[in-house]
Design a protein around this ligand. Structure first.
Ligand code: NAD
Length: 308
């Protein structure tokens, strides 16, 4: 039998994830602050609660329910867990020993703080950030990176298999987020490198197709090149072919690299490329690039490189 689920945060990612859980036979009690998100979720079969705390009570009254949060940032998750004057906290509303799984992209240390306060309140937590974007959320093919106790991971494994395809237990609390920031450091840095290489090739008189044919089957091969190729043509499904509509928005890449930067600095890691990638995407996202796919960085590189 499927455990009932409280799903808090029914936005671009949470909405389709909750819909997939309903389609797989789960009873999902959902809540969001935005009426449009609630309406879309209701249409997908989510039972709408009057508050996050009500959703949690509805799902955990039989004391084996699961609470999933998919919120913008760490402050939202901390705020929702703890509550404030105007909204009751999720931790206080849950039946004893409830399992909380946060899928938001937040700082590693915020995930560890959530784990501590939830444990102190008599509950259990997993951090389970995702990769794969809205396309992956809709298709149920997200990569799920999970931090927390093995036994809790096993308990939610069937749920993870509904919303995701590649599910990895990464170790202790916070390690899901650790994997997420490390992966996106690779992704941001590799997209910049691929884009610089295409622009350099153009300057040298090399066609985009020729560089793609070589690098895609040689040692330059990577996801930024072969799936999300920043020039139109070689990979017809990449955002470059539709004027850099996301995809994965540069603003989200800037956010994730900001979390990576924080982790780099707090751990004292030597990560020159990571810090530079953060600087480049922060500037791009705060300018006209924020709503574009992150591969749109090539346009800025080409423009600032002057005519070929
Ligand atoms: P979103 O803004 O579309 O959705 C977040 C939702 O949370 C909103 O609908 C908002 O109203 C709701 N919300 C905020 N505070 C709330 C509260 N206290 N109670 C109830 N609802 C509340 O964002 P998203 O794109 O769905 O992203 C969610 C998380 O997933 C973020 O941390 C993001 O970084 C991460 N993520 C996003 C993508 C992507 O491609 N969109 C990919 C991977 C990871």
């Amino acid at each position: 039998p499927h455990p009932p689920i409280a799903f808090i945060g029914l936005g671009n990612m949470g909405g389709p994830m909750a819909a997939n859980l309903v389609a797989a036979g789960y009873t999902v009690h959902g809540f969001d602050l935005v009426p449009e998100a609630l309406e879309a979720a209701r249409a997908a079969g989510v039972e709408i609660a009057a508050s996050g705390a009500d959703a949690v009570r509805a799902a955990t009254s039989g004391d084996r329910g699961l609470v999933i949060t998919m919120l913008p940032a760490g402050k939202h998750v901390l705020g929702a867990y703890q509550g404030n004057d105007s909204s009751e906290g999720l931790l206080a509303a849950a039946a004893p020993n409830t399992l909380f799984m946060d899928c938001s992209t937040i700082a590693v240390e915020d995930a560890r703080t959530l784990h501590e306060i939830a444990t102190a309140a008599g509950h259990r937590t997993l951090d389970a950030p995702v990769s794969g974007g809205t396309v992956g959320a809709e298709a149920g093919t997200l990569t799920m990176m999970v931090g927390g106790a093995e036994v809790d991971f096993e308990e939610v494994r069937p749920v993870l298999d509904v919303v995701g395809r590649n599910v990895v237990h990464c170790g202790q609390p916070g390690n899901g987020l650790a994997a997420k920031v490390c992966n996106n450091l690779i992704l941001g840095a590799s997209m910049i490198a691929v884009s610089e290489a295409f622009v350099l090739g153009e300057k040298l008189g090399l066609s985009n197709e020729a560089l793609y044919d070589v690098a895609s089957s040689a040692t330059g091969q990577c996801w930024a090149l072969t799936t999300n190729c920043p020039v139109p043509g070689p990979v017809p499904t990449s955002p470059a072919n539709r004027d850099y509509q996301p995809g994965f928005a540069a603003a989200l890449m800037a956010k994730d690299l900001g979390l990576a930067k924080h982790a780099i600095e707090t751990t004292g890691t030597l990560s020159q490329i990571g810090l530079l990638a953060e600087e480049i995407y922060a500037a791009f996202a705060s300018g006209q690039g924020g709503t574009k796919d992150f591969s749109g960085i090539i346009e800025q590189i080409r423009e600032r490189s002057g005519p070929s």
